[in-house]
Write a protein that binds this ligand. Sequence first.
Ligand code: GLU
Length: 298
Amino acid sequence: MLDASHSLYIGRFAPSPTGPLHLGSLYTALASFLDARSQQGQWRLRIDDLDTPRNIAGASDNILKTLERFGLEWDGPVDYQSQHLAEYQAALRCLSDQGYIYPCACSRKTLAAASHSGVYPGICRDRFVPDSCPHALRVKTDHQAIAFIDLLQGPQRQDLATQHGDFVLQRKEGIIAYTFAVVVDDARQCISHVVRGADLLDETPKHVYLQQLLNLPTPRYLHIPLLVDQQGQKLSKQTRAAPVEATNPALVVFQLLQWLKQHPPAPLQQAPLSELLAWAVSHWQADRLPKTAAIALP
Ligand code: GLU
């Protein structure tokens, strides 16, 4: 595993344009922003817009405006995944040339019948699937343990073959899977630090594995808890979490800093946003972050 700790800090936030930002995504954005800025790092913005059926018109612009409104200014131009299709194809070819991927023509029905756990049992691994037959592309996994150290959650270890089986890199309809795109994107953008929600902790060994196959560096990972509602459900666009309330951004940021366990002093509750953010950058302590997988909102 390559260690990015001695290079320049380049962080990123990578929302999907599937709706307006809700409090959960703003929580992640703020943590990622503060972690980068407190280490004099860059903070890039990438719009993960490959999953076209889920994209909502106007959502990207709405997300950019919300981030600006909350003072989370990114460095450089906004990066759109949809403008990098050739890079994903090049990376797929690289894996294909090494014999790591194979076409899979399994239908949803076949998949559901073959495995209740969701672990793909390798049905198409040694099958001939003609090019003319609609197929996904899967990467072969093995029982070699994939390990990495999460900066907050500690050492992680996974046997991909047991936990996930051979996983999809390109879906049947030709859409590049998030799991694959994120690896190509983070390398392309020279991302050294990834701060994101703990719902992706379990997916990260797949990313590390693909980085190893593609000979790419592994960024530092820090997975922060998810904000959940009173039913324990992740706040997400899918559960129609309310868009973030932007009438008083400083108040929202103050509250988020409390949930990030940064203990902002009470008088700052009345401070302007720029002052609050400047305080948060200079007092950021990642080791104070809650280590739980989730934080239930009151
Ligand atoms: N677009 C992904 C999401 O919104 C990004 C995840 C990541 O930060 O890697 O969940």
